[in-house]
Design a binder for this molecule. Sequence first.
Ligand SMILES: [Zn+2]
Ligand SMILES: [Zn+2]
Length: 364
Amino acid sequence: MEAPAIGAPRPDSWMRVTPLGLYCEPGDFFIDPVRAVDHAVVSHGHADHARPGHDALLATPETLAIMRSRFGAENAGRRPRPLPYGESVTRNGVTVTLRPAGHVLGSAQVVLDWRGSRVVVSGDYKRAADPTCAPFEPVRCDVFVTEATFALPVFHHPPAEHEIARLLKSLTVFPDRAHVVGAYALGKSQRIIKLLRQAGYEKPIFLHGALWNLCALYEELGIALGPLEPVPKGLKRGHPPILAGEIVLAPPSAEATPWARRMADPVTCAASGWMTVRQRARLRGVELPLIVSDHADWGELLATCAEVEAPEVWVTHGRDDALVHALGLRGVRGRALHLVGRDEDDEAAELPVAEEAAATEPAA
Ligand SMILES: [Zn+2]
Ligand SMILES: [Zn+2]
């Protein structure tokens, strides 16, 4: 890589960790702040990164659309500014460029350049192909800021196509059972649907109400998902079980609840990187664990840190100890930031309890 410019400022002299998140001092803006601020750059639409109520807000057009859909236009930045991938804006001498992160639709790495020093804040990212979003683009930098959700050697995510094939196989083995797949509303659901379509599954896929708006938005933004149907509501008590032999997508909170038990002998599936851990699958009552993750696994984290050639890597959250240690062995200086407010599960904070309760009320 280009050597840092002579006299370039040390990254930790202009990028600071604050209780609200990472703060760029000369630019006077936060990246993914946990509360509403005057100037925010948001990497992607997940709840632990995108918060309502910012004043000036910079994000990709897709992320802004996702935030509008979730928070309403009035709460998705009073002064939103869409910044497509590869374009730059400069604020107080700091140039901000967004590059694809490969995590969910619109997800971006935030590339910051100031006086010859470059910091890349990757947000959440993965390297595996995802038919619903642009692939991760490595950017050489002086400091690479990474998450470490799956930063242990035990985490090796298999190809998602392989996991989808297991789901389709189960449908042929159990044609009289509904297959209820727990998947997050933003990104994971649409990826599962798209992968099913690519595997040749053309039947309608049934959606829990909490997934509907974001699937519709993905369609609007050009990601075709094929025929989708709402799960029927308001069934009378004693109604025969529904959706035998069908695939149903639901948020992870709903997959093993009375809502799901209205269905024909449901096979509870869950699509998550955590399904590598059998104990977690058992605790959640998951019969068919599908290892599909929108985060980098151990190998991807190390390969990415090597590719961006940063002499220093800052780790936001997750298994920072393991990653910092492994980077040290490779001659890279690692630093744990211990950012607050990041979830190990995307969107763990916003489970749609209300909908679930409504769906399980005994019908008159
Ligand atoms: Zn995320
Ligand atoms: Zn996150």
